[in-house]
Design a protein around this ligand. Structure first.
Ligand SMILES: Cc1cc2nc3c(=O)[nH]c(=O)nc-3n(C[C@H](O)[C@H](O)[C@H](O)COP(=O)(O)OP(=O)(O)OC[C@H]3O[C@@H](n4cnc5c(N)ncnc54)[C@H](O)[C@@H]3O)c2cc1C
Length: 514
């Protein structure tokens, strides 16, 4: 996905779109355009730009280019991600450490970011931009549960986090009886002699990013200043003179070129594709490695009475951080599901329904050494993927994995587990090393910015786009709407001022009905 602030340039090179350019060059001269595409990240971005710019820029035209025939068809789609509102309540991979010392820095940062997300979503609900917020965000308890060797680590994590106002409602227990009240589906048939520990935070969330994205897209489609072009693929972004040229092709093979002053390219997977084609020297430092993911899923009516829970454990030693097993309730279109996973799949495709060729086209000769270096440094990850690929072929093997986590659940009649393929994660390799964090890559002139793989992403999309707006269009932060959308935009204040944090949290939680 990407954004541009475009000043319309009538001197496009593409002959095939000449009539269109002629028409737009007269009607849109001097107007500012923003182009984006339609997962949760970029619908968030263009709703934000649209709301902020009204009172600051004279006029704005937003053009949306999307290769698929509608919004939210890729990673933001219904079962393509896990819908956790990542608030650091339960994700043990956000708090590295051992029984002596646990680093909660990342957890604090993500929690503050998620608070910014909730501010944005409550604004959307109050302004009726999103009409069904109660179907989108559900209050769900977040649990971390571990066995044996990890019990002391969990205890230390609890002791460290509990002291901060972000996590002061967290409860810790090593008592099977107590934990069984929290997560009976997991502890049933758990041996008395099998040590267990868990923490619970009552105020976590499940977020339907799919519906959220669709509702934001619908709102924008109905705005007079927004043009949406589905079935339109962005083929290349490259520098032409002082500007950036964006080449597109639609499903009828009609080509069209746009010109941009600034580009933010941040497709979940498309960013690396476009970066490699952009010709900027920094692109050479990056290669990518797509990983497929899947879940076991079952529809489970009335389960919310006993498992209104997202329960996360710890990734097995040597497994990558995103592989932490979790058993989640999910609310989708009035139905209730339980998902267990994720299971990694060795699947070299950039998008779920893409092809291997699509990935191959992102590779350059100089990437070979990076990929080789990365694979020798990450033998365990390669082994893990190979192992997981094999498992994904047999449902029985997957059920055995589930039973290690929740001994009783796999075999219980009435739970009809199906394997479903989720979205692809495109893992970024920077200078031959796997990079699991967010990476913003800028061209030398600072006008092409590419946001590469980040974790988490959907949960913190309002904060990521807010920060990009702050850097690129600081004038928009002076708009009266900015304070309305983000009553407390400063993450340091949320982090250091408990009173302000509670004040904001209570207000937004009330608006969100959680
Ligand atoms: C298994 C899994 C579990 C996850 N769990 C969570 C979770 O629990 N919580 C969380 O916060 N996040 C989670 N994520 C991450 C989250 O799903 C994604 O970060 C988020 O949905 C990505 O949104 P997006 O808008 O960046 O991309 P997408 O939703 O993938 O949208 C990208 C859009 O860009 C379009 N596009 C791409 N390239 C082009 C091009 N060249 N031209 C035109 N259109 C193009 C695509 O068609 C697509 O519509 C998970 C991801 C996976 C894979």
């Amino acid at each position: 996905m990407f954004w541009q602030k475009l000043h319309w340039n009538p001197h496009s090179e593409n002959k095939e779109d000449a009539s269109d350019i002629q028409e737009q060059s007269t009607s849109m001269k001097e107007k500012v355009l923003v182009i984006a595409w339609t997962g949760v990240m970029w619908t968030t971005a263009w709703v934000l730009i649209n709301e902020l710019s009204k009172s600051i820029w004279e006029s704005i035209k937003i053009i949306i280019l999307e290769s698929q025939d509608g919004p939210a068809k890729e990673c933001s789609n219904a079962f393509n991600n896990a819908w956790t509102g990542h608030e650091s309540n339960c994700e043990l991979n956000f708090t590295p450490g051992d029984k002596h010392n646990v680093n909660i820095e990342k957890a604090l940062h993500i929690h503050a970011q998620y608070n910014i997300s909730k501010q944005f979503w409550s604004y959307l609900s109050e302004k009726n931009i999103v009409k069904n917020i109660k179907d989108i965000i559900h209050k769900v308890k977040h649990v971390s549960v571990v066995q044996e060797n990890d019990i002391e680590f969990l205890k230390k994590r609890y002791e460290t986090m509990k002291n901060h106002h972000f996590f002061d409602k967290m409860i810790f227990s090593k008592k099977l009886k107590e934990i069984s009240k929290w997560i009976p589906l997991i502890t049933k048939e758990w041996g008395e002699n099998n040590p267990i520990a868990a923490t619970i935070v009552p105020s976590g969330t499940d977020v339907n990013y799919w519906q959220l994205t669709e509702e934001m897209a619908e709102y924008l489609e109905n705005q007079k200043n927004v043009e949406v072009h589905y079935n339109t693929y962005v083929d290349k972004i490259e520098k032409k003179g002082e500007e950036w040229s964006i080449k597109t092709k639609n499903k009828d093979k009609v080509k069209k070129t746009y010109r941009a002053d600034n580009v933010l390219s941040a497709a979940w997977w498309g960013a690396i594709q476009l970066l490699k084609k952009s010709g900027i020297p920094q692109a050479k430092n990056f290669a990518s490695f797509p990983i497929g993911w899947g879940f076991l899923m079952t529809e489970a009516e009335n389960i919310s009475d006993i498992h209104n829970i997202k329960a996360y454990s710890k990734a097995e030693k040597w497994n990558p951080p995103m592989s932490v097993p979790h058993l989640d309730i999910r609310y989708v279109n009035g139905k209730t599901y339980i998902l267990f996973g994720p299971f990694a799949l060795f699947n070299l495709k950039m998008s779920k329904n893409g092809s291997f060729m699509e990935y191959l086209k992102t590779l350059r000769l100089h990437d070979t050494t990076k990929l080789l270096k990365s694979s020798t440094h990450n033998v365990d990850l390669i082994k893990y993927l190979a192992k997981e690929t094999y498992k994904a072929r047999s449902k029985e093997d997957l059920i055995k994995e589930l039973e290690k986590f929740a001994p009783w659940l796999g075999s219980k009649e009435g739970f009809d587990w199906k394997f479903i393929r989720a979205g692809q994660r495109v893992q970024i390799i920077e200078d031959g090393e796997l990079n699991f964090g967010t990476k913003m890559v800028y061209s030398d002139d600072g006008r092409y910015a590419s946001l590469l793989w980040a974790s988490p992403w959907a949960s913190v999309s309002p904060d990521i786009t807010k920060e990009w707006v702050e850097k690129t269009y600081p004038e928009l932060t002076k708009a009266p709407a900015f304070k309305e959308i983000f009553p407390e935009p400063d993450k340091d204040i949320l982090r250091n001022d408990p009173e302000r944090y509670y004040e904001v949290k209570e207000k937004v939680n009330k608006a969100l009905g959680i």
